[in-house]
Design a protein around this ligand. Sequence first.
Ligand SMILES: Nc1ncnc2c1ncn2[C@@H]1O[C@H](COP(=O)(O)OP(=O)(O)OP(=O)(O)O)[C@@H](O)[C@H]1O
Length: 858
Amino acid sequence: MTGETQGKQPTVPSKKKTGNKNNTQDPVKNFEKWKKKYDKTKVRVKHEKKKNKKPAWQIEREQIKRLVDKYSEINPKDAVKLSDFPLSKKTLNGLLAAQYRQPTEIQRQTIPFALQGKDVLGAAKTGSGKTLAFLIPVLECLYRQQWTAEDGLGALIISPTRELAYQTFEVLRKVGKNHEFSAGLIIGGKDLKNESERIHRTNIIICTPGRLLQHMDETSTFHASNLHILVLDEADRILDMGFADTMNAIVENLPKTRQTLLFSATQTKSVKDLARLSLKDPEYVWVHEKSKFSTPATLEQNYVVCELQQKVDMLFSFMKSHLQRKVIVFFACCKEVQYLFRVFCRLRPGIPVLALHGKQQQMKRMEVYNDFIRKKAAVLFATDIAARGLDFPAVSWVLQFDCPEDANTYIHRVGRTARYKEGGEALLVLLPSEEKGMIAQLQERKVPINKIQVNPEKLSSVQQKLEAFLAQEKEQKERAQRCFVSYLRSVYLMKNKGVFDVFQLPLEQYAASLGLAVAPRVRFLNRARKLRETDEPGPASGQGNDSDQELQSFRAQVRGEKHAPAARARATKSQDEPSSEEEEEEEQSGSEEEEESNDSDGEEGTASLTTGLTLASDGSEDEELRDLDLLTVKRRDVFGLEDGGEDDEEGDLESDKVKKKPEKESKFKEAKKALKRNFKVNTKMTFTEDGEMVQQWPPLQRTATAAPAGQEDEGTSGINVEEARERLRREDQEFDKHEYSRKVKEKHREKRLKEKAARREASKRQKEEQKRESRYTLPDPDKKVDSEAEDQNREDSWKGARKRSYSDSSSEFDPEGHPAGGKRTRKEGGTTGTGSQPLDTGLSLAEDEELVLHLLRN
Ligand SMILES: Nc1ncnc2c1ncn2[C@@H]1O[C@H](COP(=O)(O)OP(=O)(O)OP(=O)(O)O)[C@@H](O)[C@H]1O
């Protein structure tokens, strides 16, 4: 290479020297020539390029083809960086911009299968990055199809809660920002109409099941027939009984040819569930199947055993000793969160307290969610709506105030801390009766948990303070009562009777720990206890079947008929999710009610309504009804009592299209409705003896004219129509008279004003004229006036001259107050007002005359 170049070198200068002497001598010309040639070539190349240029879509298609060709060659073990996967530039750039570089284990193992279009069941510990494991394939799937807005819905991601859907939506927005797909968040509590207008143009929908089904049923423009990929986040939760009917209805509307991805930390292995989704030869990816523990290695887990009546004190003491931390406290039900949140705010523990539960309005929920993300130290009181999937940054503690219903719920709850390589701590509070059963379950699920003791000396009691709060506020007391009943109900409805036994709870002490002087009456518990004693001879602690029997006989009692096996099965099944009632409720009702109103209207569901009615007919008083209202928090048809209750499918709570919760209306709403319907309120009808209707309200207008003597108003019950007509006629006449005289007076007044204005104008003109004259002439001394008038005139003149010097008003009025014009008799004679006044020379009359003569002579 080098030799060849050296050999050529001598020929070029020699050629230049010999061939074109002038050119080599003139470098400017040389350059111009070269420039011309260069520009020509440039234009030609540009033209050629343009001619050969392919349309963007074609280039993209070729790129896609190149990527797809690489799919079969992916080796998950070799994928060290996300860019090692055959991903589009748009996705890769989005991932890099969001600081995602290396794939996590679940991403490494599932992305290849998902890219190849296979159905995937992915399971990995909490906080291990499952969200990206399905979002990347979703973006790539639509990219491969060159999806556009006109193609409609291409990908559907279903989450069990609104907060999780929102969080996933935010991650999608971040990593998918370079793509042109449209994405929509379809969750309850938002403007349905607004969603309906846009949903048909949305390519990727992230939603909760209830709201999606609502659109499928009600939005005519929305259809999912083009769907390519379906994702169920927290799949086991979405496929369980709580969402069963809704999901079945949704799946019916989806094309069978789609790809399906299921993800969860506690993945379902139920063949039945998978059959419902008609998965095609799915790939199972259990990332941590062989690992020693099912919870993150960086998570430290402990539990304490504590009496029910000590729990509130314990929580307060815990908060006081963790003031600089971010803590999530999980409770069994909404009412507990509502009550304890309020009293803890008042107790001022020294750290911000927030509350998140399914009874809040959507705006409030989002506000709390974002608030907790931002805060460096805070305690979030939450129900299980916050248990799954939420990725709050830097949560250092998870405290489970109430025992979770099962090991899966425990795993999800503690998973809110120790996420993605971070550390965290978890504390589970158990009652003595719950310890054995729950710990056994956790050990079975490979959860490493240690027992620790609470130092009773360190517990600070808040009971007295709570009592004082409740004494001050009736509302607070009612909340405490609801909290009490609601907690007992949730324990009663737990399926696992080996762990949860409501009959062992110290009710009086528990009530006192909430600040209540007396334990509220829990009628369902008394009845259940009685029934248990009569129907079930055996140990009171109860086995799994006891509950079924109780519910079964309770239901039979309530309905007054023999129970059907199907309904019994449903009743048992529906106990599966007592602590996640909020999620279901929100899906059903849209959660539009105020927090306050929820407090008072209870959480009654279909079962509760029926129960309430039936028991009320037993002859109970109002108070008892109220009690029942409180007890019946469960929304699902626990006892299978609703119409068609024998039908398993119809009775489920998630079939929200079929059975809507009767929404309690506020007074404001009722009033609005009444206004809309044009109701005439407060109109009382009375009738005369002859049957004629008499208006009482609004009261009839009384006549202005007095009734003739002896014909006074006899009240509304006996009006003489003829008389009234006559009175009316008289009134009209009177009125006309008044009106006529008023008009005449008005006319006169106008006339007077006009005349006055004219007079003023005339006098003004005269004054000006006289002023002009007086400037050049003196008063005519020879002017003939009668002697009396002259004397008077002269006197007036002097007076006037003197007076004018200090008061203008005196020129207008005489001493008696009459207008000056009235006395001016000389006015007719031509000399008027100020113009006729003689000059004040300060001399005597004789001297004046002499002066005038002198002047005339001159
Ligand atoms: N490849 C990655 N690189 C860096 N961080 C990541 C990566 N993937 C995920 N993360 C981070 O890990 C955290 C947990 O991720 P994610 O929420 O997807 O977990 P998860 O497995 O879905 O948890 P859960 O089971 O609780 O729903 C998030 O903060 C996310 O940003």
